[in-house]
Design a protein around this ligand. Structure first.
Ligand code: KIV
Length: 296
């Protein structure tokens, strides 16, 4: 991309989003907006659109790296994406997902991985999935000075154990556990919790019991904010979408139209035309023609 073609970052509001500002949004009932992003141009656009939080989700595994699930993606792969997103953000708070297998074994491992995302990736905060041992991991990372976002409900890293990609908290037992887990993550110091694929009525009962920020994806309107995956909301993904996704644009169709038009233009020798071609002064060209003739 040429420098001239780059959209300006953070045109909406330059002041960086802080944890205090997010807490104020919750207090004043102003919905918080989060999206995922995995590269520099998307980060510029998210910032320019005035999004509050950008998540380099491990959903990158599926939507940009082509893995079958989020399980295989590595810290090093997500770090490359996190650094790219960091370069594009001026205002939004940058949250990086801790991938499966990079934080569960011990507090030491969790703190070490979180520090890599902050120090090398430039993340402002990290996100981890589930409750259980993740409660201790969250506490340890917060104690090391790194803000943490929890993630409950459908936690894709544990999809097999959860019986697949399905809504969670649909029995009173499960929903009660969800509420207890949320309070435990909050008490461990999480400044926010993502609720994924949870019945709206359950979220409605849990959210008023929490003072931390709540962000929903397929969890109804009661949370303090919403998050969607970039490729889903823009209609880039080719495949079935979760029930909770609304596509706000049809970017895939436009991309397909553009690439097909380019291929057609090349095959028709219609591109490049003179306007896309560099010239050489006539005398230099004449000189070159003579020289090449001598070369044989
Ligand atoms: O990885 C991701 O994109 C996520 C969001 C769905 C919250 O965790």
């Amino acid at each position: 991309m040429s420098a001239a073609g780059r959209p300006k970052a953070a045109a909406a509001e330059e002041r960086p989003v802080t944890l205090t500002a997010l807490a104020q949004s919750k207090a004043s009932d102003r919905p918080v907006v989060m999206v995922t992003a995995y590269d520099y141009p998307s980060a510029l656009i998210a910032d320019q659109a005035g999004v509050d939080l950008v998540l380099v989700g491990d959903s990158a595994a599926n939507v940009v790296l082509g893995y079958e699930s989020t399980v295989p993606v590595s810290v090093d792969e997500l770090l490359v994406l996190t650094k790219a997103v960091r370069r594009g953000l001026r205002r939004a708070l940058l949250v990086a997902d801790l991938p499966f297998g990079s934080y569960e074994a011990s507090d030491l491992e969790a703190v070490h991985t979180a520090q890599r995302f902050v120090k090398e990736g430039g993340a402002d905060a990290v996100k981890l999935e589930r409750a259980g041992t993740s409660i201790d991991r969250a506490r340890a990372i917060v104690a090391a000075g790194i803000p943490v976002v929890g993630h409950l409900g459908l936690t894709p890293q544990a999809a097999t154990a959860l019986g697949g990609y399905r809504a969670q908290g649909r029995t009173a037992d499960q929903a009660e556990q969800l509420a207890k887990d949320a309070v435990a993550l909050q008490d461990a110091g999480c400044f926010a919790i993502v609720f994924e694929a949870v019945p709206a009525a359950v979220t409605e009962l849990i959210v008023p019991r929490l003072s931390c920020l709540t962000i929903g994806i397929g969890a109804g309107p009661a949370t303090d904010g919403q998050v969607l995956v970039w490729h889903d909301l823009l209609g880039i993904t080719d495949g079935s979408l979760a029930k909770f996704v609304r596509t706000f644009a049809d970017v895939r169709t436009e991309m397909l139209r553009g690439v097909t038009a380019y291929a057609d233009a090349v095959r028709a020798r219609e591109f490049p035309s003179t306007e896309h071609t560099y010239a050489i002064p006539a005398d230099e060209l004449a000189d070159l023609t003579v020289r090449l003739a001598h070369l044989g």
